[in-house]
Design a protein around this ligand. Structure first.
Ligand code: ADP
Ligand code: ZN
Ligand code: ZN
Length: 656
């Protein structure tokens, strides 16, 4: 018999499309993937409904080409979540299902699984603070909980014990970790404890392996799901708890459509199932910090001391204003002292490459990537200038390409130059570097380097973000932050928050097992509040202060924002569309009396990426429903020119 399927297709249209199929030939049921013709292409779509009779559509109905799955991959719950996301994030259900369900478009990050940290103790006895935390969470029926605990306070153990208790009561738990901290250690720990009862979603899985894991979850064959951002979609039928480790991490926010935040999706899922959302960090997001101020919305649980014999490190600010080299006197002395005592050093710098700023002293020319509005980075080992946004490379130059002057200079330094300087200053010690340049050649290097560092066959580890978080090396007694300032120069209202988080997290790698941990923070902005307060470990004061600033300035979390980015290879087209969009939004806001401010159109802080010119229109409102109505209204009749892409970012985490 001829039947009809309503299919969500991954295109930016908020609707389903009807296709026919012969149910004697194809077994099409709601929840499976199908191939369907769409325009001149064949695309993978998601069947959301099956009808016996022909629906009333005024055009020819095409046929389903192929049924991909034998049994459903998603149900009503996932579909309804997709519809909620469609409204919340201005994406389309087809694009959302495509990211949600394995076998579609890959969400850019899945959590790598190649870090190693085999230090793990069986049968830990919880400290009083830890068990108090578990009791608080388990004593409640439902709600939001925040484990605010200093680095090394044993948050993981609290998470795992809560998960165990929920599972013992027959519930399912989703455990989210940031991409870079889906550690081998955590995986091993979880496998040991939960045996076959766990599904680990990581980037090493093929599509069909991911689908297999997904089916196990859906059939309730596992009780614990662990993974990065997109694991928040795991189709648990009996979801009782979602755990978000390192809640402040930006990797929980998707950088591509749909630009969802795992925390927001988790909150929605937990509200729907009346379960518990348990988050934790040493440096909460301002959003979470704001929620914690109201105990009726979120329960705050403090872990104030380090477990396992560690103490918080002593932090010193080293003023670099009058120092020339990469290493000031303080850091050099501390390094010599620490290494001399047979202890290890971690050096952190959030910039890779050798140097990154080419400047002509005759005419002022600054060399930038021809496709992006960003400075090129010089990589000495490969002898190239490279753009970190689009990967464009060129040969380094010794003359100014504009005026021909030879009076040019490269300045600023990255991890590659730090490594060279360390080898010069401390030739007798063994050094290794970890950053994406090293790792992109061979991912196994991470594991190998960390193993060597742990085993003590390396003395100094240099790196970017990669060495900043989650790592637990008892023998590290000094962390040197080579330059704390780079993140502060970025034109973004979250720059200070992000710098503060990073400094506290990096500092937290020192003194994990004893009381002699030290941190040296090199800076040319020694009075900056983020640097001062991170150094003093004044976490609460920083967040309270930052929250007050945000309130005074009307920034999130007190207001909400939507960032509309218009990009096109043609600057004039992008600008014209962005301007018309802005004036349309402004006009309609005034007409309806909506409480929405419209800023722009302006060039984005990074005006050009991958040869696309970028303009932004920023919306801000203290009444989010007004903002969403306004946007819905204007988008309903706006047609985006074909050479233009419009990105809609609700609650953006950066405005670059
Ligand atoms: P956090 O996530 O809060 O920074 P971790 O969860 O990484 O801290 O814990 C730090 C270390 O302390 C880990 O090696 C962990 O195994 C250990 N640990 C956790 N709880 C206890 C405990 N109750 N007793 C002893 N060691 C513990
Ligand atoms: Zn010049
Ligand atoms: Zn580029």
């Amino acid at each position: 018999m001829l039947k009809y399927a309503k299919v969500a297709v991954p295109v930016p249209l908020k609707q389903e499309f009807t296709y026919s199929f012969d149910d004697g030939v194809l077994n099409v049921v709601p929840g499976i993937r199908v191939m369907v013709p769409f325009g001149r292409r064949e695309v993978q779509g998601y069947v959301v409904d099956v009808l016996d009779s022909r629906p009333d559509v005024g055009f020819e109905i095409k046929a389903v080409s192929k049924a991909i799955d034998k049994e459903p991959l998603f149900g009503k719950r996932e579909y309804e979540l997709a519809l909620w996301m469609e409204r919340f994030y201005f994406s389309s259900r087809g694009e959302i299902l495509d990211v949600m369900i394995p076998g579609g478009r890959r969400d850019s990050s899945f959590g790598a699984l190649d870090f190693g940290e085999p230090v793990f103790k069986k049968d830990v006895v919880l400290t009083a603070e830890q068990s108090g935390a578990v009791e608080t969470v388990m004593g409640a029926q439902s709600g939001l909980f925040y484990l605010f605990g200093v680095t090394g306070s044993g948050k993981t153990e609290v998470f795992l014990q809560c998960a165990e208790r929920v599972i013992a009561q027959g519930g399912q738990v989703i455990y989210l970790v940031p991409e870079i901290t889906l550690t081998h250690q955590l995986a091993v720990q979880v496998m040991e404890r939960f045996k076959n009862n766990v599904a680990i979603l990581h980037s090493g899985l093929t599509d069909s392996q991911r689908i297999a894991q997904w089916r196990r979850i859906k059939r309730s064959e596992v009780s614990l799901v662990i993974g990065a951002r997109s694991a928040v979609f795991a189709p648990c039928e009996n979801l009782r708890m979602i755990i978000i480790d390192e809640e402040h991490e930006n990797s929980y926010k998707s950088g591509n459509d749909p630009r969802y935040h795992a925390r927001q999706v988790a909150q929605k899922r937990i509200a729907d199932c009346h379960g518990k959302l348990l988050m934790g960090s040493a440096t909460p997001s301002l959003e979470a910090w704001h929620l914690m101020k109201d105990p009726s919305r979120m329960t705050r649980i403090d872990l104030t001391s380090r477990v396992g014999g560690g103490c918080m490190p002593k932090v010193e600010i080293a003023d670099m204003t009058h120092e020339d080299g990469i290493f000031g006197k303080t850091l050099q002395l501390e390094m010599a002292r620490t290494l001399g005592a047979g202890k290890q050093v971690i050096l952190f710098l959030n910039r890779r490459g050798y140097s990154y700023y080419f400047h002509c002293r005759s005419c002022g020319y600054e060399l930038k990537c021809p496709h992006c509005d960003v400075a090129m980075t010089y990589h000495k080992k490969t002898g190239t200038l490279k753009c970190h946004y689009c990967g464009y490379t060129q040969k380094p130059t010794r003359v100014c390409p504009v005026c021909g002057s030879l009076d040019v200079m490269y300045s600023g330094f990255g991890t590659e130059q730090v490594e060279q300087e360390v080898q010069r200053l401390f030739p007798q010690y063994r050094t290794a570097r970890l950053d994406t340049d090293v790792v992109s050649k061979d991912r196994k290097i991470i594991q190998k380097t960390l193993d060597e560092f742990r085993a003590g066959s390396l003395d100094i580890l240099i790196g970017t973000q990669m060495v900043a978080k989650g790592l637990n090396f008892p023998n590290v007694q000094l962390v040197g932050i080579v330059l704390a300032d780079s993140g502060l120069l970025v034109p973004d209202f979250r720059a200070e928050e992000r710098t503060f988080d990073l400094l506290v997290q990096v500092a937290g790698r020192s003194g994990r097992a004893d009381s002699n941990g030290r941190v040296v923070v090199q800076t040319r902005m020694k009075d900056n509040p983020a640097i001062v307060m991170a150094s003093k470990g004044e976490v609460e004061a920083f967040f309270d202060n930052e929250l007050k600033l945000r309130k005074d300035l009307g920034f999130p979390p007190f207001s909400r924002m939507v960032n509309l980015v218009v990009r096109s290879p043609k600057a004039s087209v992008a600008r014209a569309f962005a301007e018309s969009l802005a004036s349309e939004l402004r006009g309609k806001a005034a007409f309806f009396g909506f409480d929405v401010q419209v800023y722009g159109a302006n060039e984005c802080p990074i005006e050009k990426i991958r040869a696309n010119f970028r303009f932004q229109v920023l919306l801000r409102s203290f009444k989010p429903s007004d903002m969403l109505s306004l946007l819905e209204n204007v988008l309903s009749y706006t047609s985006v020119p074909s050479s233009v892409v419009l990105e809609i970012d609700v609650d953006p985490v950066d405005l670059l």
